[in-house]
Ligand binder design. Structure first.
Ligand code: TRP
Length: 334
């Protein structure tokens, strides 16, 4: 707890362009959590270098992502929006937690196995200990809840194990975090393969709608979305493509699947796809406008970066000092 609110921590990597899936599945819900929790939203640039990055590109994307957090509606006065690399406590705690993590545990991480297979020429130790850095992110702020997608649940589980192991030796140092499974958080699938999640790392640009796509592009991608030959707009497992488009439409308009099915009864896929595209464009347009405005205001964004790094640093230092003391590092001489 920080004050009388529970603490929430989450982060995103600044690699790839954010998709509609990231927005509807995560970012949009983050906004609704700011009142209830003391929120920390990090741009986790340290995680990004586990795969090789172009320096200029990484810096640019990190700033875009931070700006996008704000454009999406996260109030930077209420939410601590900051760069992970600006708070050295992440790296310091990660080292300590490395010494409380077993190789056997890390060997079981499915994301490591996947990434190692995809980047066979660069299976570095950072890729391997990625979950420990993530544990440090979360534990550093004594987070109570962590909104994450299903693909990150295993990392949250190992975070809890590490924290419990540490607490068992040194007393109640860390809050044990819980995953936050949102009540709505639409899961948006690929437009080209509705069995797969819409992903910013998909090689096919038609599979994902990017938050930066203009209206024409959005409509074109929706029109090309893979569907079926049933020729009825129904919300059922057997029509995953149409089902996904209904989910997107509902997430953008606030309607329910039942209402949507009724609205489009007897109408063709072409017409429905166009309506989906327009609904998506209507959601993205204000976000893009705000993003452009914010991007021009360098001084404003710089101020947020500075203030929030200080705030995060202050909270991080409190936990870190406690941890260092518990494990027996000598006290600083003042
Ligand atoms: N690994 C997460 C992802 O790729 C990003 C992340 C890093 C994160 N640290 C975190 C998410 C801490 C939640 C909490 O999605």
């Amino acid at each position: 707890m920080l004050g009388d609110k529970k603490v929430l921590f989450s982060g995103m990597q600044a690699t790839g362009s954010l998709t509609l899936g990231n927005y509807l599945g995560a970012l949009k819900n983050w906004v609704s959590l700011s009142d209830e929790y003391e929120c920390f939203y990090s741009v986790v640039d340290m995680h990004s270098i586990t795969v090789r990055q172009d320096p200029a590109e990484l810096r640019k994307r990190a700033r875009s992502l931070l700006t996008l957090y704000i454009a999406a509606g996260l109030d930077p006065e209420k939410n601590c929006i900051y760069y992970q690399s600006h708070v050295s406590g992440h790296a310091e705690l990660a080292w300590i937690l490395n010494c409380f993590t077993y190789m056997g545990e890390l060997n079981r991480m499915t994301q490591f196995k996947d990434k190692a297979a995809r980047h066979a020429d660069n299976i570095n130790a950072g890729l391997y200990t990625y979950p420990v850095l993530m544990a440090a992110d979360i534990l550093l702020y004594q987070a109570d809840v962590v909104p994450v997608g299903k693909d990150q649940l295993q990392h949250l589980e190992i975070t809890r194990d590490i924290a419990q192991r540490f607490n068992a030796v040194y007393g109640d140092v860390f809050t044990i975090p819980e995953p936050y499974i949102g009540s709505v958080g639409a899961k948006i699938m690929s437009l080209q393969n509705p069995a797969k999640k819409m992903s910013k790392s998909d090689e096919n640009p038609n599979a994902s709608i990017y938050l930066t796509d203009d209206k024409d592009t959005v409509i074109r991608k929706c029109k090309r979305a893979v569907t079926d030959s049933e020729a009825v707009i129904a919300y059922r497992q057997e029509q995953p493509g149409i089902r996904n488009l209904i989910d997107i439409y509902c997430a953008c308009t606030g309607r329910t699947p039942e209402e949507t099915v009724k609205e489009f009864a007897g109408r063709g896929y072409g017409e429905f796809k166009l309506a989906v595209g327009e609904a998506v464009a209507d959601v993205l347009q204000p976000l893009q406008t705000r993003f452009e405005e914010l991007s021009k205001d360098k001084a404003y964004i710089d101020g947020i970066i500075k203030r929030n790094a200080e705030k995060a640093g202050y909270c991080a230092a409190k936990t870190l000092r406690k941890v260092q003391k518990k494990i027996g590092f000598p006290e600083r001489v003042r």
